[in-house]
Design a protein around this ligand. Structure first.
Ligand SMILES: CC(C)(COP(=O)(O)OP(=O)(O)OC[C@H]1O[C@@H](n2cnc3c(N)ncnc32)[C@H](O)[C@@H]1OP(=O)(O)O)[C@@H](O)C(=O)NCCC(=O)NCCS
Length: 136
C-alpha cells in the first residue's frame, strides 16, 4: 500500500527521483538548501521506499508554489501523483486560513496541464492572465 506523509528526503534520494523522471541531478549541497527552505515536502512511500515526491515553497501568505511533483516511472498511473497533490493541497488550505486570497502557482511541464486541472489549477491564459515567464 502506498502511503503519503510529510518527509524531507536526503539530497541523494531526491536526486535519484529527479533522475528517474529524466530531470537529471544537482549538486547535493544545492538540493539540501532547497529542501531545507521548502515549506513542506511530501513523499509517497511503498513500505520504506520513497516512490514519489512533491513540495511547496513560498511566502506563506500571498504566494505559494507547487514544485517537483514526480513519481518513479514504475509507479506512475497508480494515483501516486494524486496522493501527493492531495497532501499538498491540504497544506495550501492551511495557509488559506492565514489569507484566503493566497495564490498558488505551479509550472506545468508540457502535456501535464490536465493532470493539474484535476486539482483546480487553471492555466494563466484560461484565467485571463498574461503568460508565465522564467529567467534561466
Ligand atoms: C505527472 C505525474 C506526477 C502524475 O503522477 P501519476 O501518479 O502518474 O498520476 P496519477 O496516477 O495520480 O493520475 C491521476 C489521473 O491523472 C491522469 N494523468 C496523469 N498524468 C497525466 C497527464 N500528463 N495528462 C493528463 N492526465 C494525466 C491519469 O490518467 C489519471 O486519470 P484517471 O484518474 O482518469 O485514471 C507523473 O506521471 C510523473 O512523475 N511524471 C514525470 C515527472 C513530471 O512530469 N512531473 C510533473 C512536472 S510539472
Amino acid at each position: 500500500m502506498i502511503t503519503f506523509r510529510e518527509y524531507t528526503p536526503s539530497p541523494a534520494l531526491f536526486n535519484s527521483l529527479t533522475d528517474s523522471v529524466d530531470w537529471g541531478t544537482r549538486d547535493e549541497g544545492v538540493v539540501q538548501t532547497a529542501l531545507e527552505n521548502s515549506l513542506c515536502c511530501v513523499c509517497a512511500f511503498d513500505g520504506e521506499e520513497i516512490v514519489g515526491f512533491g513540495r511547496l515553497i513560498g511566502d506563506r501568505t500571498i504566494f505559494l508554489y507547487v514544485q517537483d511533483v514526480m513519481v518513479r516511472p514504475e509507479y506512475q498511473g497508480q494515483k501516486v501523483g494524486t496522493g501527493i497533490m492531495e497532501k499538498l493541497i491540504e497544506e495550501v488550505n492551511e495557509y488559506k486560513q492565514i489569507n484566503k486570497g493566497i495564490r498558488t502557482y505551479l509550472g506545468a511541464s508540457r502535456g501535464k496541464e490536465d493532470f493539474y486541472r484535476r486539482f483546480g489549477f487553471e492555466t494563466r491564459a484560461d484565467a485571463g492572465l498574461g503568460p508565465g515567464m522564467v529567467l534561466f
